[in-house]
Design a protein around this ligand. Structure first.
Ligand SMILES: [Zn+2]
Ligand SMILES: [Zn+2]
Length: 133
Protein backbone atom coordinates (compact mmCIF):
# COMPACT_ATOMS: atom_id res chain seq x y z
CA UNK A 1 0.00 0.00 0.00
CA UNK A 2 2.77 2.35 1.01
CA UNK A 3 4.63 1.60 -2.19
CA UNK A 4 1.75 2.33 -4.51
CA UNK A 5 1.21 5.67 -2.78
CA UNK A 6 4.85 6.52 -3.42
CA UNK A 7 4.41 5.48 -7.05
CA UNK A 8 1.42 7.83 -7.32
CA UNK A 9 3.54 10.68 -5.96
CA UNK A 10 6.37 9.88 -8.35
CA UNK A 11 4.00 9.84 -11.33
CA UNK A 12 2.27 13.05 -10.25
CA UNK A 13 5.57 14.85 -9.71
CA UNK A 14 6.77 13.72 -13.14
CA UNK A 15 3.55 15.06 -14.70
CA UNK A 16 3.98 18.40 -12.93
CA UNK A 17 7.59 18.75 -14.01
CA UNK A 18 7.92 21.41 -16.70
CA UNK A 19 10.74 19.62 -18.54
CA UNK A 20 11.58 15.94 -18.98
CA UNK A 21 13.63 15.27 -15.84
CA UNK A 22 16.32 12.70 -15.15
CA UNK A 23 15.76 10.33 -12.21
CA UNK A 24 18.11 12.49 -10.09
CA UNK A 25 16.22 15.70 -10.88
CA UNK A 26 12.94 14.01 -10.04
CA UNK A 27 14.43 12.64 -6.83
CA UNK A 28 15.49 16.14 -5.70
CA UNK A 29 11.96 17.41 -6.32
CA UNK A 30 10.30 14.43 -4.59
CA UNK A 31 12.42 14.86 -1.48
CA UNK A 32 10.64 18.14 -0.77
CA UNK A 33 7.39 16.16 -0.38
CA UNK A 34 8.76 12.78 0.74
CA UNK A 35 11.96 13.49 2.70
CA UNK A 36 12.56 9.80 3.37
CA UNK A 37 12.36 8.57 -0.21
CA UNK A 38 15.52 7.03 -1.65
CA UNK A 39 16.98 7.39 -5.13
CA UNK A 40 16.70 3.59 -5.48
CA UNK A 41 12.94 3.76 -4.87
CA UNK A 42 12.61 6.48 -7.50
CA UNK A 43 14.57 4.38 -10.04
CA UNK A 44 12.58 1.22 -9.24
CA UNK A 45 9.24 2.94 -9.65
CA UNK A 46 10.29 4.76 -12.82
CA UNK A 47 11.35 1.43 -14.33
CA UNK A 48 8.07 -0.17 -13.28
CA UNK A 49 6.01 2.70 -14.70
CA UNK A 50 8.00 2.41 -17.95
CA UNK A 51 7.33 -1.35 -18.10
CA UNK A 52 3.63 -0.71 -17.53
CA UNK A 53 3.82 1.83 -20.40
CA UNK A 54 2.43 4.61 -18.21
CA UNK A 55 5.48 6.76 -18.90
CA UNK A 56 8.31 6.55 -21.42
CA UNK A 57 12.06 6.85 -21.35
CA UNK A 58 13.80 9.38 -23.50
CA UNK A 59 17.32 8.89 -24.70
CA UNK A 60 18.88 12.13 -25.75
CA UNK A 61 22.13 12.17 -27.66
CA UNK A 62 24.97 14.02 -26.01
CA UNK A 63 23.64 13.11 -22.58
CA UNK A 64 24.33 9.89 -20.72
CA UNK A 65 21.39 10.12 -18.34
CA UNK A 66 17.95 8.88 -19.29
CA UNK A 67 15.16 11.43 -19.10
CA UNK A 68 11.60 10.47 -18.26
CA UNK A 69 8.45 11.54 -20.01
CA UNK A 70 5.03 11.51 -18.31
CA UNK A 71 3.46 10.96 -21.74
CA UNK A 72 3.64 7.68 -23.60
CA UNK A 73 1.63 8.74 -26.62
CA UNK A 74 3.47 9.58 -29.81
CA UNK A 75 4.83 13.11 -29.86
CA UNK A 76 7.92 14.99 -30.95
CA UNK A 77 10.65 16.56 -28.91
CA UNK A 78 12.33 19.92 -29.19
CA UNK A 79 15.71 20.12 -27.51
CA UNK A 80 17.31 23.44 -26.69
CA UNK A 81 21.05 23.33 -27.39
CA UNK A 82 21.61 26.29 -25.08
CA UNK A 83 19.89 25.22 -21.83
CA UNK A 84 19.27 21.53 -22.56
CA UNK A 85 15.54 21.75 -21.94
CA UNK A 86 13.40 19.08 -23.66
CA UNK A 87 9.94 20.22 -24.75
CA UNK A 88 6.99 18.40 -26.29
CA UNK A 89 5.56 19.16 -29.70
CA UNK A 90 2.34 17.73 -31.06
CA UNK A 91 2.49 15.49 -34.13
CA UNK A 92 -0.06 17.79 -35.76
CA UNK A 93 2.78 20.05 -36.82
CA UNK A 94 4.19 17.22 -38.90
CA UNK A 95 1.01 15.90 -40.53
CA UNK A 96 1.91 17.56 -43.82
CA UNK A 97 5.35 15.96 -43.68
CA UNK A 98 3.75 12.49 -43.87
CA UNK A 99 1.91 13.52 -47.03
CA UNK A 100 5.06 14.92 -48.64
CA UNK A 101 7.05 11.78 -47.80
CA UNK A 102 4.30 9.56 -49.24
CA UNK A 103 3.82 11.61 -52.39
CA UNK A 104 7.46 12.31 -53.18
CA UNK A 105 9.24 9.25 -51.77
CA UNK A 106 6.43 6.67 -51.84
CA UNK A 107 6.98 5.89 -48.17
CA UNK A 108 4.07 5.51 -45.76
CA UNK A 109 5.00 6.91 -42.35
CA UNK A 110 3.76 4.85 -39.42
CA UNK A 111 5.85 6.12 -36.54
CA UNK A 112 7.68 9.30 -35.70
CA UNK A 113 10.84 9.63 -33.70
CA UNK A 114 11.30 13.28 -34.44
CA UNK A 115 13.77 15.30 -32.40
CA UNK A 116 14.42 18.88 -33.37
CA UNK A 117 17.36 20.76 -31.91
CA UNK A 118 17.57 24.49 -31.65
CA UNK A 119 17.05 27.39 -29.29
CA UNK A 120 14.05 27.66 -26.97
CA UNK A 121 11.92 30.78 -26.53
CA UNK A 122 13.56 31.75 -23.23
CA UNK A 123 17.07 31.45 -24.64
CA UNK A 124 16.07 33.30 -27.82
CA UNK A 125 14.77 36.21 -25.73
CA UNK A 126 17.95 36.27 -23.70
CA UNK A 127 19.97 36.37 -26.90
CA UNK A 128 17.91 39.31 -28.16
CA UNK A 129 18.43 41.36 -25.02
CA UNK A 130 22.16 40.64 -25.18
CA UNK A 131 22.54 41.70 -28.80
CA UNK A 132 20.44 44.87 -28.51
CA UNK A 133 22.44 46.18 -25.60
ZN1 LIG B 1 16.88 27.12 -23.86
ZN1 LIG C 1 7.78 14.29 -24.28
Amino acid sequence: MKYSRQREMILQTLKDFPVHPTAEELYQELRKKLPRISLGTVYRNLNLLTELKVISQLETSGSTSIRYDARNDEHCHLICSTCGKVMDASLDHFASLDTIVLEQLGFAVLEHGIVLKGTCQTCLRQNETHTTQ
